[in-house]
Design a protein around this ligand. Sequence first.
Ligand SMILES: Cc1ncc(COP(=O)(O)O)c(C=O)c1O
Length: 404
Amino acid sequence: MQFDLFENPSAVPGIDVEPLPRPAPIEYHRTVPGYARTPLYELPRLAERLGVARVLVKDESSRLGLPAFKMLGASWAVAYAVRTNWLPDAEGVLSPAELGERLQDRAAKRLIAATDGNHGRGVARMAKLMGVGCLIFVPEGLAESRIRAIESEGAEVRIVAGSYDDAIRRSAEEADAQSLVVSDTSWEGYRDIPKQVTNGYSTMFAEVDDALSEAGMGGPALVAFQAGVGAFAAAGLQHYRASGRPTHPRTAIVEPLTANCLFRSAEAGVLTEAPPPHPSTMAGLNCGLPSQLTWPVIRQTADAFIGIDDESAYEAMRALAESGIVAGESGAAALGGLLAVADGGSPEQRAAVGLAPGATLLLINTEGATDPVNYARVVGAPPEQIETEAPARRASAGVLRHGI
Ligand SMILES: Cc1ncc(COP(=O)(O)O)c(C=O)c1O
C-alpha cells in the first residue's frame, strides 16, 4: 500500500457557509421513489486496526435504487435546474414525476451530463422518472459495465475520445432551450448547478446527524472523504466545518495517486491539474481538475490530503467485505487512505490525519460493486455472495447499526 500525505497549513476550524435552500434537499429526496435513510454501521474490527475508538460507516451502496450516493446530488440538481429553467412558477415540494407532468413539450426536452459512471446514471434515472430524453457523454476506456448501467436507465451514451474533462467539455456544447446540462463539476460561467449537486449530498450528513442523535452519540472527531472533483467532500466539509457547529472534526481527503488534483492544488496553494493518464480503477475519482466551486471550501477546511495506490483501495474493499459491507473501488478509497497511513505511516503521519486512540472516525461508503468483475477479483467472491452473507459477516465482526 503506497501513499502520499500532505498536511494543509491553510486549514481553519470553521467557515461561514451559505445556508441550504428551503425546503431542504432531504425533504425533496423523501419524494423520490425508493427513498430510505441508508444505514450507519459501527465496525469494531476496523476501529482496532486503525487504532481509534470507533469507526462509523455510512453505507451508500444502495441509494434511491442505484448502487451509489450520486443520485442524491443528481436528483436534487436536476429538480433545481428543471424548476429554475422550465418551471419557474412552481411552488412547494414536487416529486420527479410531478415535475415531469408539469413540463410543456416534454418529449422534446433532454437532460445532458458527462460522467465517469455514477453521476450520469443518476441523471439518466431522473430523466426516466420525469419522462424526458437523456444524453450522457463518457470518456473512452470506461468499464463496459458502467456504460451498460447508464443505458439501462434509457439514456443514450456517447463515448468521447480523451479524458473525463474532455467529456465535460463535449457535454457543455449541447446546452440549448430544450436541453439542460446537469454537471457535477463547475467551470467559468457554470456554477449554479454544480453547487446544487453538492447541496443534494447534504442529505447524507443530515441523516448521520439524525442517526447519531437517536443513538445518543456525539459527532465524529475525524471524517475522511474520497474525492474526484471534490463536490462530495465539499458537502461534508460544509456540514462539519460550518462555523455554527458546536465542534469541528478533523478532516482528510483521499484521492488516487495518479489523479491527485486536490492534493496538488493544496500543495501549490492554487488550483492545479493532475494531467492524464488517469489509470486508477477508482474510476469515480479519476478527475484531473478540481471543481472551481468546491476548491475554496476544501482548501480552507481539509486538514490532510492523502494520495493512494489501487492496492490501498483494494485492502479497504476486503476489510469492508469482512464486516459485511459491499464497497467498490471509489467507495472504499477513504478507508484505503487511512489504512495505508495506519499500517505504513509514522506516528507523526498518523497524528496528522487524526488517527488518535479516543477518536470516532466517520467514513462514507459512496458506492457498491459498480465494477463487479474487478470486485470479485479483488475480494475473492462476487458481490452477490458478499451481499447474501452480509448479515452473518456483520454479526461475526460485531458490527452495530445506529439509528433506524
Ligand atoms: C463512488 C464515488 N465516490 C466518490 C466520488 C467523488 O465525488 P466528487 O467527484 O464529487 O469528488 C465519486 C465521483 O464520481 C464516486 O463515483
